[in-house]
Design a protein around this ligand. Structure first.
Ligand code: SF4
Length: 227
């Protein structure tokens, strides 16, 4: 499979935020979100076998723990990444899969915790969510909306209500988008949508969702890769 990087850091998002995690970042994406901060994954990378990846994960975290499969869009390499996820589960890791919501999820192994995006209008990739994926969500999974405007927020709020997401999954995450060229200061001024404003909207509307901030961008320079 084609891999951009494998590294250990703290998980920055989801209900697992703050926990040590090994990230396996696969190369390539078929979407082009306006605020994407992972454009360096679109090309390049190195070819690695399943065994190569396992050796590197074990080197970084020998005693099990959290591994996130991410990208790019990891399910573009489904034929390789599904056996990889199965193997990591067999070896005792807790496996998270970050995916755009556009790829089918049926073949993701049952033990994997899926963190599934629903792209909002101002992402530039509206309407890419695969409706059939709703039926594949399990109580341990999480659904994430990255928001850059009031329009995005209203879309996420209505989608959450319409599909009763809170009752289907472990968490519904509303996360302000970061400016993709953010660098320097480690504060919320880089968010395209003010977290305070978002928090107030969520409270006023009693949305059954969790506000998520990308923790790693408040710990390290937002421009740093591999953290
Ligand atoms: S799906 Fe993810 S990797 Fe692909 S363009 Fe959107 S944010 Fe970037």
């Amino acid at each position: 499979m084609q891999i951009t990087e494998i590294y250990k850091s703290l998980q920055g998002e989801s209900t697992y935020a703050g926990l040590p995690c090994v990230f396996v970042r696969l190369t390539g994406c078929n979407l082009r979100c306006t605020w994407c901060d992972s454009e360096y994954t679109f090309h390049g990378g190195r070819k690695m076998s399943l065994e190569d990846v396992i050796v590197e994960v074990k080197h970084l975290s020998s005693a099990g723990g959290l591994v996130e499969i991410t990208g790019g869009e990891p399910l573009l390499q489904e034929r390789e990444v599904v056996p990889l996820m199965s193997r990591l589960l067999e070896d005792g890791y807790r496996v998270l899969l970050e995916t755009s919501g556009e790829r089918p999820l049926e073949r993701v192994p049952a033990g994997v915790i899926k963190i599934v995006d629903v792209k909002c209008p101002h992402s530039g990739e509206a309407d890419t969510f695969r409706a059939g994926n709703l039926a594949v969500l399990r109580p341990r999974d999480e659904v994430k909306f990255v928001l850059s405007s009031r329009t995005d927020y209203e879309f996420a709020r209505e989608f959450t209500r319409q599909h009763a997401l809170a009752g289907r999954v472990n968490a519904v995450l509303f996360s302000p988008a970061f400016r993709k060229n953010a660098t320097g200061g480690r504060d919320s001024s880089h968010c395209l949508l003010d977290p305070q404003e978002l928090a107030e909207w969520m409270l006023a509307d009693e949305v059954p969702a969790r506000l998520g901030l990308q923790l790693h961008k408040f710990i390290w320079d937002p421009a740093l890769k591999g953290v």
